[in-house]
Write a protein that binds this ligand. Structure first.
Ligand SMILES: [Zn+2]
Ligand SMILES: [Zn+2]
Ligand SMILES: [Zn+2]
Length: 205
């Protein structure tokens, strides 16, 4: 796509996938096929969990990766099912998994995910799908960042509780040993005065 824009070009806006209400994929008895052929469905490949979706232009799209160059150029790596059956070309078979989080869908279809096999091969994609690739990439980064934050917080909580446990047990130990807390001892008090020591020596010698 050319980065050049004339003022006659309409400004294109990418609309991220809209999760259906309650995550339901089945709007009605007649809507089943259309529901799965919606750009709003976020599917995954069975082989390596890559994002996949349906596009009217490109048919099934698998997003394999993205190159973000320092000069701002973005290259997306995609496979699609477009034209494969018409051209009788052979692609790789991918298993596409559509998660179903909706109780209604689970009951109607008697499963927790919808799986199907489809042939795909490396192809470029339309403007919307390229934007979708960038969006999916951002989501993956956000999910990764969120999981790193959660792990860090968990570890910090654990470190705090270990620290508290140590403080408590040290205090307990000192109390058990009869060591008085909160009053600093002078060196003489701690070791004993010379007179006291001499006295002790006299007694025991
Ligand atoms: Zn449903
Ligand atoms: Zn590539
Ligand atoms: Zn597309």
């Amino acid at each position: 796509m050319s980065p050049k824009k004339s003022r006659h070009d309409k400004v294109r806006v990418f609309v991220p996938p809209q999760p259906s209400r309650n995550g339901c994929l089945l709007p009605g008895p007649a809507g089943q096929v259309e529901a799965f052929a919606s750009a709003s469905v976020r599917a995954r490949t069975g082989s390596n969990g890559r994002p996949a979706w349906w596009c009217k232009t490109d048919k099934l799209v698998v997003f394999d990766g993205i190159n973000l160059r320092v000069d701002g150029q973005v290259t997306v790596h995609t496979r699609t099912s477009k034209g494969l059956s018409i051209a009788r070309r052979r692609g790789d078979t991918e298993t596409i998994i559509i998660p179903m989080d909706c109780a209604h869908c689970q009951e109607m279809l008697n499963r927790h995910e919808w799986k199907y096999d489809i042939q795909v091969c490396k192809r470029s994609v339309c403007w919307d799908c390229k934007e979708r690739c960038k969006w999916e990439h951002e989501q993956t980064n956000k999910e990764h960042a969120a999981s790193v934050t959660a792990t860090t917080e968990r570890n910090r909580d654990r470190a705090d509780s270990v620290l508290q446990d140590n403080e408590v047990s040290e205090e307990d130990l000192m109390q058990k040993m009869g060591i008085e807390q909160g009053r600093p001892k002078s060196p003489i008090e701690a070791v004993g005065g010379i007179a006291e020591r001499l006295e002790n020596t006299n007694i025991w010698s």
